[in-house]
Design a protein around this ligand. Sequence first.
Ligand code: NFS
Length: 676
Amino acid sequence: MVQKKDAEESKTKKLADPVAATIDLASQQMIERAHELGIETAFDRAVAMKPCNIGTQGICCKNCGMGPCRLPLPKGGIEGEDTRKGICGATPNTIAARNFIRMIAGGAAAHSDHGRSVAEVFMSAARKETDAYKIKDTRKLLEVAQWLGVDTTVAVDGQQLDRDTDEIAVEVGEKALNEWGKAEGELLFAKRAPQSRYELWKKQGVVPRNIDREIVEIMHRTHIGVDQDYKNLMKQGTRAAIADGWGGSMLATDLQDILFGTPYPVASEANLGVMKEDMVNIVIHGHEPVLSEMIIAVAQTRKMEEYAKSKGAKGIQLSGICCTANEMLQRHGVPLCGTFLQQELAIITGACDAMVVDIQCIFQNLANVAKCFHTKLITTHPIARMEQDNVLHIEFDEHHALEDAERTVKLAIDNFENRGAEVMIPTQKSPIVAGFGVESVEYHLGGTFRGSYYTLNDNIINGRIRGIGGVVGCNNVRTKHNEGHIRIVKELIKNDVIVLTTGCNAIACAMEGLLTPESAKVFCGPGLAEVCETVGIPPVLHLGSCVDNSRILLAAAEVVKAGGLGNDISELPAAGSAPEWMSEKAISIGHYFVASGVYTVFGVTLPVSGAPVFQKYIFEEFEKLYGGMWDLEVDPIKHAHKMIAHIDKKRQALGIDRTRERILVDMAARRELESA
Ligand code: NFS
């Protein structure tokens, strides 16, 4: 039952204006509903609490007990010499760079530790210590084996024979786990980058040694009195970011694909309207598919379906929030309930019988919201628990995962009859097609018999597709929910830039109806519309969760390999974007895009403005070092056009700018002829 808060208290509190808070009608309705019920959400807290101006500029150092030292930029900027210093003498550049790479460390750790958990489950599956998890995609197993230096054949009597798959899997698991902490050598997947990129990393001295070491070294270097040169600090940040994108995240994606299946296009739906009043709603929120795969397996059994019916429900409706949503969608077509900022709203529908969470991007306030309803909030991961006493903890372990999942699903079903009268599920939901990846892009754009990236490259060269935009990342309550995501993506596709999306941007695009082939003729420029209509794909391709940004890296490497667009990722007409980022993971992603040669624009804010010299270093000078660089643009349309300008610059450098002009002139000329 809703426990209404003290009416007086909620009257005096500043509340969010639903229409100013989000462009999504379902979310507006739920924010209003929360106000009616006296329940506070992140949208209200953002109105009540202003962000710290010094932290926003990136120049607060709290790495020792003599501070925190705050070095705000004087109003009107710096004239002459910048004399700002912390107690130890640290300059704004040192402080901003330290803070920046500590964010990279946080993000790389989150992605990579997720990858490690998957690798451990993979190992159990390979060793057959668990019945719950099995190797599903042997084709991908063999492919990954090669990159990890695992033999896939064996010599018998002078003949090369296929090696036993189980044996390969065990060795792949061992080699993969080794990538986190090996004593010698370098990150094996670094060589999956185009050769010129790998050589550039070698030259710059940033090829990661192993994943954990690069993260630990950031913590060491940013300790009081260690690295005091912002350029050298950024070198380590770069090494750790590469270890994330081409290491921890890529291993997470690959091993998940091998265990749970490589995604192929699948139809589904998105937004809060996917919840159903007459069914048991289980909302899964977090990141590791290790948990959600088991819940899907159990919830789809006849036993559970019948149990739900015996409790008066028509069945079980699973849906997801955040990247777990993307994982469940891309492999099983489970609908998306919402983005990061909709997690509290899903409970406020009053129809969420259980919200099951694992790790990352989970609001602690969920427990307070759940208290107002019948919702069971269940944590499942040993490293992510909540202090509130209404939260249940059912720890998932690969050795008894199915039993854990069954207990969880049963709890949700048993809870169905406890629903109160306050059920209000918004009606909004959009049809979507998701589940794209390196393999399916190749298949779709290359054709059944000629799977390759040539067709995509051809269409870029002939100008129908102007370029590629990788648009990814979170929601941030400091900016209107989903507005930046949608306006930027729409502006890109209108200008014939095909968009590859992951994370919460993908969910935002899904909710907006941009993930359907039909959206091409409504929103795209003529060239991109033609390609999408011919091939039957959406102009915005959903590539999965945030660890699946590694799919974008590999797709870029494939485009380079297919030829005609230069020898390196930095030569491609491509740009990256995170319109509404908020997490440290986003900073790590942004930086491995940059380190891979991609011009990457962030929205909202970047904690570097208080250190102009450092900012110039990563916004401008980085291009000379890595071919990619950072940028910040808050205005969505300008943001998109900065990306387009970069794409055009690359087209010009490749000498393919004319082909595009010709196509456009031809079309215009044709129309003129027709109207004459
Ligand atoms: Ni990515 Fe996923 Fe969303 Fe941001 Fe959080 S869910 S890992 S961090 S908020 S995109």
